[in-house]
Structure formats: C-alpha cells, structure tokens
Unconditional design. Structure first.
Lengths: 743, 155
C-alpha cells in the first residue's frame, strides 16, 4: 500500500497551533529523527495505538491499565478529541501482551503523561492521514475539508466517512509526531467530566473483574503459604487432601503448595486441611517490632547525596557582627504499611498445548509475563497475559504473584482454566508492604529564614516489581524446587526517586544537603505502595517546616510562601488557604487545630496543598479529621471530575494511613492478617473533603493518582501540633501514641 | 447434595453442600457477579446481599439455612438499561474508583433507605460504618445514597 503523501498545506490552519505546541513543551520538539513524545518513543508504529474500523469507529490500544483510577476513560477522551470522533465510537484495548503496546507498568501517576501523550500525537497523525485520503478521494485540497464525528466534508457538501476510508489508509508505519495536536482552547471532549465507562457495570453486577471470569470447565485453585518468610516444606498429607470432595489436584513443587478443586469452597476446605497437615522448617525470625527502626538503622546502607548546595554560609553580616542563628533537629518515622486491597489478588490461567494464557490485574502485563515465563521455564512468546481488572491495588500488591500461582496450578491440569484468588490472610501476610522508614532533618534559622538544611532518609527499596533485573520477583518462584532468586534491590533514581521520592525540598534554601540511605537487607517483604517514599518524606519535610515556622514565630502558610519562588506552588497554597479560610496566626487549642501540607509530587508532577482540621480527644487519644481543603494544579485537566475523585481518594486514604495503619508482626511472623489486625478508616471517620482544581490548559497534563497523600499526612500532623502544642513524629497517630505525647 | 434457594424472585437448585457459604453459590453456580469475596470473615461487607430485606454477609452465611428465604442481590435491583435509583445515583455521583466495595455499599444502603427513607449525612455514614472502602470514595458514596433517597422520596 502506498503511504499517502501529506501536504503541508493541509496543516496551515494549524500553524498557530504548531507554534503553540512547540512553546508548550520543548521536550516535544518535532525534528526529524527526534525522540517521539510520550510512549510513542518506545512503540513507534501508528497501528500499535490506533486502528480505524470499517464501521467508522476507532480501536485504541494502550499498555496502561484500569486500576480504578479512570484511566481508560481519560485515554479514550484524548483519542476521541484528536480523531474528531464521538467518545462512544472509541473502543479501548488495554494491557494485552498480544495486542497492546508495551508501556511497562501502570504506576507513578504517569499514564496520562506517557500513554495520553502518545495517543494525542498518534490521534492527530491518524486524523491527518484520514484527511489526506479524503482529499484524494474527493479530489479537493485537504485544507478545504472539515471533519465532524468521523465524517469528512468537502466545501461542496460531498462527504466521506472514516469507515469508508479505513481500508485505504496505511497505519502500519512509524509515527512522525509531525502533526500538531489540537490547541487546548478548541477541546470539546478533553477537559470535560465525561462519566467513566466502567462504573455502570460495576454497580449492576456486570462482569467487571478477573474474579468474575468463569469460562467453561473452570476449576478453582488456592495456595498454601508457609508460616513465615523463607520456610521450607518438609511434609504434607496430600493423600488426605486429594481424597476430599471435589479435589482435582494437589500441586507441590519444592515448598510451593496449592490445590485445585471443582468448586471454590472445596478448594478452600482442601487448603485448610493442607495448612493443618503441612510441616515446615521455619525461616529466620523477624526483627523485634518494638525496635524495628533502630534495627533498620543498624543495617549496612548504600548512600547517595541526591542534592547538595553549598553556598557560603551566612556567618556574618556585612558589618562583621555575628548573626544569631537557631538550629533545629528532628527524627521522623513511618511503619510498614499494607496496600490492603478490599479484594484479595486473583488470576485465571489456562495451559493448552504448551502455551499459557493468564488473565491478571497486574500493573504491568509485559514485565510480569517475562518473569512468569522465566519461573516456569517457558519461552516468553508462549505466554500471553491479558489485563483484567481486580480490586484496587495502590501499588505492587499480590497481583503479580497470584498470576504465577494460577499458572503453576493450571500447568497441573492442562486444558482446564484455573481461577485462583488469595484468601484474606494470604494477601495481608504475603503482599510486599510499603517500607518502614526513618527521616532525620536538621536546619538553621537566621532572621526568620532557613539558611541551611540537611536531610537524611533511610529506607529499603520501594520497588521489587517483576520489572527489576537480575532475578525473579515473584513470590512462588522462590519456593519452587528449582527456586529462583529475587532481583537485587536498588533505589529508583532521582528525579522521581524511590525511598527518596520528594526528599529534596521544593523550597529555596541557600545551603542544603539531602542524602538517601538505601538499606538492602529486607526483613519484611517490601515494594511499591502508592507514592513510594513521598508520603513519609513529605510528612517529615512539611512537619519540619512547621516546626521551623513555630521557632521563627511565623505563620506556617506565610513561612512556606517566603521560601518558595515557584508561582504554581504559591497558587495552590494560596488557594487552599483561601478555601479553608486560613487566618494568619490563628490559635489552636482545646483539642482543635488546623495544619497545612504542600508538595509537588515527585518534584515533577501535580502541585497540591491541603489544609486539614483536627479534633483530638485527650481522654481516649482518638484523633478525628472532620474536614480537609485541597487545591490542586495538575496542568491541563483531561477529566475534572476524575481528577477530583483521585485527589479526594488520596486524601481519605492518607487519613487512614496516618491515623491507623501499620503492619503488625512479631519475631514469629506477620500478625496483620485481617481487617481487625489491620484496621483502616471507616465511613464515620472519613473527613469531608473539598477540592479546588486549578486548570492550566496550556501546561502538560500531570499525573494525580498519588499527589495528595503526602500533603495530607503533613496537614494532619501539623494540625495535631497546632491543636495540642505537641509534635508527633512517628506514624501512625494511634491513641496510645497520642496519649503518651499528651501525658 | 442439592440445595434450593430463591434469588431475585427465581427458585434455583444448586449442587452444593448446605454449609456452602451463599457467596460461592451466588457467584459460581448462579453466575451473579455483584457480591464480592473480600475477606470471607464477615468483616469488610463486599459480599453483602439482602436476605428477607436485611443486609447479610453472604461469605459467612450457609446456603442451607436459606430454603425459606428471599435472597436479593444487586442484580435484583436493576440493570444497566434500567437501573434502580440507587444504582443510577452511584453512576451520577461517579461514586466508585475500583468499585470492588460498591456492591456492599449499595446493598447496605438499600436496607438503610428501607428503614430510614430520608437519612441525614451522619445517618448514612453510621449506616455504612461496617462496609470498608479502600480507594477513599466514601464521600461520593454518601452523596449517592442521599441523592437516591431524594429521588426515591419524590417518585
């Protein structure tokens, strides 16, 4: 097929927009051979992203997946906008290793930025190709054509539809990104609160999740995990389990143990029997939970100075007189935290003719497929993974692991699909937690300003995803007879950072030094929990800013603004202060107070300021957060209501983390195994949340799924200090800790 | 062994033991997706259904107990084409993120509104206190229930 030759004239109408697009984001310079925008760079073929169907609709492919954040709807909005198609005629295929582009992992609030940018440019180019084909067919100049809802019209009224052109266009070629996307002011779909595609079926019992799959002949699987990490299975009475009703197979491979049965309750009963009869040689005990932070600090670290600015110290005034300074120091801690998905992880697998298909709610079907294949000793090409939604994950929970569990069980019953859902205690006991952390801050105040800042953060890694090279990061693989080794831990480098995410302050200090200390030994299994280290770093950094403001006798809002030059940071802080009715110097007391927290997520995504109100019951030690006010700048907004939903959710989840959550364990193993041993915030405890969105249509869209958790914990901690005059530097703010602080 | 039970107005006979939790019968035998496995312990509420109008945790309810009862699931309220006012209100308020807990929220709210047709914000929060949501969609869920109460009160 001949590629259409695109006339420059077709785009003269958009010339102004070309200039605009260039000026918006220099990264997107469109020179020949230049880096393509977003994930087009990694997946350059147009038909990897968009196909035009004979019925005039478009099928859009994305490697990013729905995790409950509304991304599929947002990406469809972007594609529909550029293609000039109604949203109802854009169909999205996401996260299928046989069909979708490989976009790695859906994480880090990056989907709109990477997949959305790719679709924006691919959509603009496909529309241009369609226009060019129409111009040829109608024998008119392309710039005389108009497009509406997938129908192209000539000035004389003749029309041709996308469907009629579908066979005539060639999308089997690399994108050039030379066709400027629409300027924001012309958008009619992007920037509107389109209702999410997935919600109607989720509220009516439609098939929405991998848990809802039940292909013909499906069996049910369950796994048996050891009593604690690193244990070895010595013996198990599998004959007794095999004799139980409905049991089709007991699968033992080294210390991996599972069961397949005809009915789900039969698999669960057989699992219980196997747990009873299994004899294990226990792995090493866990550290003493009461001294976990001291233990972590005692371990060897890999240290990295991630920011250093050594301007001359303000040792003296021009007249030579000594300037009075004040030095403050503080240490902050966060515990291990669980993803605590409401639905335990689930996967469906079928092994047929040497090929494996896995339906999974993994955040990254391509990297997961590679490691599932490696664990099973299969060729990657013989494994297909298809993303199918699960319960919200909030990072790396059990999703990747249960995919391998399902594959191992399915391999034992070839031709039969096996659906495996972890039990509640599997999920709490075996998922990789968000790491416990220690943050030490030290600063010098002079004449009401911070003149020197030093900050150290100690943490395990915040990603042991299957993406990590040099090993297999899938739970079951470590227990197989042919056991795999986990990949060596490493920190996600700056500027995004892992344990040190948001460890570098956005504030302008004349002297600063920030050091990341990566602890490689992992006494508890850890990986990516929403925000990675940012939640703890913003807690520490923003708590310390309030401590310094207090020492300087300054209002916390004014103190922050005085140390910030970024106008977008100023704008969100001012907006939050205004919506909360913040009064400079307002006094807390009698158990009531307010506090502010601010961050620009990863120092390169959304700006968020939150002001939280707090009520502290001195007798019970209970902390309540009745209200929170947030202001958010996520650049260009794709779906305002979707953005607000993400920010509200982050604020509520952060409230839960901050007031309640820590993984409990003893040397014998993990104790948090259900919702009583890992309580989360309940409906009556949830704050009312008001979110103000500051739209910036001419700026890049910035991810928002993880932008509000850091500012919220800081706002709560600062409100606590405001209300009580005492500072809590260790999370969570449990009644016991509160009572101890209030003495 | 077969058990018979009445779900959403229809009588079914299923090949399960009487002690089988209702949840598995609903999901696997009757192919009703609405009720979800969350904990299997009656703690989270994702599996909530109505039994004779009362909200019940189907994950810890033996099916054999229900031969004389009416079970109502979220599928029995309405459909995508013809949603119940509560279902429509959840769509209107976009009251879901991952949506896994929503079945339990909605079914518990159904029972709440039957008892208290015009609840206050605080009554809705108290009524849903034993249903867990992890995405932080709580405030939208409350708004959806209040909206549904309003709509149902007017119709």
């Amino acid at each position: 097929m001949n590629a259409p030759i695109l006339s420059r004239r077709a785009f003269t109408a958009g010339a102004g927009a070309i200039v605009l697009a260039f000026s918006l984001d220099p990264k997107h310079a469109l020179a020949e051979g230049a880096k393509l925008p977003g994930d087009l760079q990694e997946n350059r073929r147009l038909d990897a992203w968009i196909r035009i169907d004979a019925d005039g609709s478009a099928t859009v492919f994305t490697g990013k997946v729905e995790l409950g954040q509304g991304i599929v709807t947002a990406l469809a909005q972007i594609a529909a906008e550029e293609l000039d198609l109604p949203l109802a005629r854009v169909h999205v295929i996401s996260g299928d290793t046989a069909r979708a582009p490989n976009e790695g992992v859906t994480a880090g609030s990056q989907s709109v930025e990477y997949s959305g940018t790719a679709l924006r440019f691919a959509g603009a180019e496909v529309r241009a190709i369609l226009l060019d084909a129409a111009a040829k067919k109608l024998a008119v100049a392309p710039d005389t054509l108009t497009v509406s809802a997938g129908t192209i019209s000539a000035a004389d009224g003749r029309q041709v539809t996308y469907g009629e052109l579908a066979a005539a266009i060639d999308l089997e070629r690399d994108a050039t990104a030379k066709f400027p996307p629409k300027p924001a002011q012309t958008h009619t779909i992007v920037g509107t609160s389109v209702k999410r595609f997935d919600i109607p079926r989720k509220v009516t019992g439609g098939a929405a999740y991998v848990q809802d799959m039940r292909p013909a002949g499906m069996l049910h699987g369950r796994v048996v995990r050891p009593p604690r990490y690193g244990s070895r299975l010595d013996s198990v009475d599998d004959a007794a389990a095999k004799a139980m009703p409905g049991v089709v197979a007991v699968v033992r491979d080294g210390s991996f143990l599972g069961v397949v049965a005809a009915r789900e309750e039969q698999a669960i009963a057989a699992r219980a029997a196997l747990i009873k009869s299994a004899k294990w040689t226990l792995g090493p005990p866990l550290p003493d939970p009461a001294k976990i932070h001291e233990y972590l600090l005692s371990l060897p670290t890999e240290d990295n100075v991630i920011s250093e600015n050594r301007a001359p110290a303000l040792a003296s005034t021009p007249s030579g007189a000594q300037v009075s300074t004040q030095i403050l120091e503080a240490t902050y801690r966060r515990p291990y935290m669980s993803h605590a998905s409401i639905g335990p992880s689930c996967s469906l697998a079928v092994f047929t003719d040497g090929k494996l298909t896995v339906w999974t709610h993994s955040q990254g079907v391509f990297p997961n497929r590679a490691k599932v294949a490696e664990a099973l000793g299969m060729n990657v090409a013989d494994v297909r993974e298809i993303h199918t939604e699960g319960s919200g994950c909030y990072g790396h929970n059990g999703a990747d692991d249960v995919a391998l569990d399902a594959a191992l069980l399915a391999r034992a019953v070839p031709g039969r699909p096996v659906r495996v859902q972890w039990m509640r205690d599997d999920e709490f006991g075996w998922e990789p937690y968000g790491a416990a952390m220690v943050m030490k801050a030290k600063a010098t105040l002079s004449a009401g300003r911070i003149v020197d800042w030093s900050y150290d953060v100690w943490s395990n890694t915040h990603s042991t995803r299957p993406t990590e090279p040099g090993g297999v990061n899938l739970l079951a693989s470590w227990y197989l007879a042919d056991a795999k080794k986990p990949a060596p831990p490493r920190n996600i480098p700056q500027p995004a950072g892992g344990g040190d995410r948001n460890a570098i302050p956005l504030y302008d200090f004349p002297r600063q030094r920030v050091v990341n200390h990566l602890i490689k030994e992992m006494p508890l299994r850890v990986s990516a929990l929403r925000t990675l280290g940012a939640y703890a770093n913003v807690f520490a950094l923003e708590s310390f800013m309030d401590e310094l403001a207090l020492a300087a006798g300054a209002d916390p809002v004014a103190f922050r603004l005085a140390h910030l030059t970024d106008p977008r940071a100023h704008a969100v802080i001012a907006a939050a202060a205004k919506s909360a009715g913040w009064r400079p110097g307002e006094q807390g007391g009698e158990g009531r107070g307010r506090g502010i927290g601010f961050a620009k997520y990863k120092n390169l995504a959304s700006y968020v300021a939150v002001i939280a109100e707090i009520e502290v019951d001195h007798t019970s030690g209970m902390v309540r957060v009745p209200r929170a006010f947030a202001a958010v700048d996520s650049g260009q907004i794709i779906n305002p209501d979707g953005l607000a939903n993400q920010v509200e959710g982050g604020i509520v989840q952060s409230t839960s983390w901050t007031l309640k959550e820590e993984v409990r364990f003893t040397p014998d193993g993990i104790v948090s195994r259900d919702w009583e041993s890992y309580p989360i915030l309940t409906m009556p405890e949830v704050p009312h949340v008001e979110v103000e969105l500051i739209g910036r249509p001419s700026e890049r869209p910035l991810g928002a799924g993880e932008c509000s958790q850091g500012p919220m914990v800081a706002a709560i901690a600062n409100a606590f200090a405001h209300a009580t005059g005492r500072r809590l530097r260790e999370l969570p703010l449990t009644p016991a800790r509160v009572k101890a602080a209030l003495g | 062994m077969t058990i018979s039970l009445k779900v959403n107005g229809a009588i079914h006979s299923v090949p399960a033991e009487p002690d089988t939790p209702l949840l598995y019968v609903l999901r696997n035998d009757l192919a009703l997706n609405g009720a979800k496995f969350g904990c299997g312990l009656g703690q989270c509420g994702a599996c909530t259904v109505l039994i004779d109008g009362e909200p019940v945790r189907s994950c810890v309810t033996p099916t054999g107990m229900l031969t004389d009862s009416e079970v109502t699931t979220i599928e029995g309220l309405g459909t995508i084409e013809k949603p119940h006012p509560l279902q429509q209100a959840f769509v209107d308020e976009q009251a879901a993120q991952c949506g896994y807990c929503i079945n339990g929220m909605l079914m518990t709210a159904k029972a709440l509104l039957a008892q208290t047709p015009h609840p206050t914000d605080a009554q809705v929060r108290a009524g849903l206190a034993l249903n867990l949501c992890r995405c932080g969609t709580h405030n939208r869920i409350v708004r959806a229930v209040l909206r549904a109460a309003d709509v149902m009160g007017r119709s």
